[in-house]
Ligand binder design. Sequence first.
Ligand code: ZN
Length: 345
Amino acid sequence: MFLEKLQKRKEKKTNKVTDFTAGKTAGNSDGRNLQKKWQIKPDGEKKAVILKHAIESADAVVIGAGSGLSTSAGFTYTGDRFRKYFGDFAEKYGFEDMYSGGFYPFDSLEEYWAYWSRYIYINRYMNALKPVYEQLLKLVKNKDYFVLTTNVDHCFQKAGFDKKRLFYTQGDYGLWQCSGPCHRETYDNESQVEEMLKAQGFLFGESGEKEKLALPKGKKTGMRIPTELIPRCPRCGRPMSMNLRADNTFVEDEGWHWAAERYSEFLRRHRNLKTVYLELGTGMNTPSIIKFNFWRMTGRQPDAVYGCINLGEAWAPDEIKDKSICINADIGQTLQEMSETGVRK
Ligand SMILES: [Zn+2]
């Protein structure tokens, strides 16, 4: 019931904001008009500093995060990370990045899970290379904050964000579900993924450190897992699938519903307060989940501010230009700049 309502509300929102996208862009928004209302420092200061001041004086911060945030933290799906762990698959199939291999219709589940166990492990259980999520936590940890994210890599939890303040709408690499699905539960996959990797010949660090996943010296890794390791639904025996929102088989488990409820509640409670909607690395792939809602809420709420950090894609529609601070730069670098700025006296 709750979900239906949420979905209907979502649809309404999406319809309403289509006008926004037709408007001119306001790439130069710098929050000038916020100065009066929020007593934000005068013109000429760097946008990162203005945004920091806005966050400091806000009653609440709603973070909306997309894949750009993890990219900034070093979670790239190409380059060294890809070549090191997927060299054999790249050679056999011509994949150029992890992502495209994830869509490949492998002939067997043994090969499919060999690919996916590596994918899950390095993107979910290994740590990000740069402390971007940690920097973000420093910025908001003393605020009343909530995070809405389309990322499925668990980086918020790993960096220490409060689990009760997170809503990851699109799933989690660390969870499996029945592919039917015959029931609406999800299952942690860490130990099974490790078994699959060991079966392919990968080596773990001596004390089991996650960062130490290594290739066997002098021999190739296997590209199949043993049939008995194929994960199957404990109820109906169908193969398990990733708990990722790709189609209508996606399982929204109890945890998902609680998080959805907490997010709605957070928005309700702060509707009339000074709120910063901080969008980080959200592209135009699924704008209706974060971007359009943030624009709409900023437009409607008299005391709201829209902040956006996104390399190459930071802009706001004209309607909220005066309440927006858009920073077209790397997220990690911008957060670093913000952390080097002293607290406003
Ligand atoms: Zn099942």
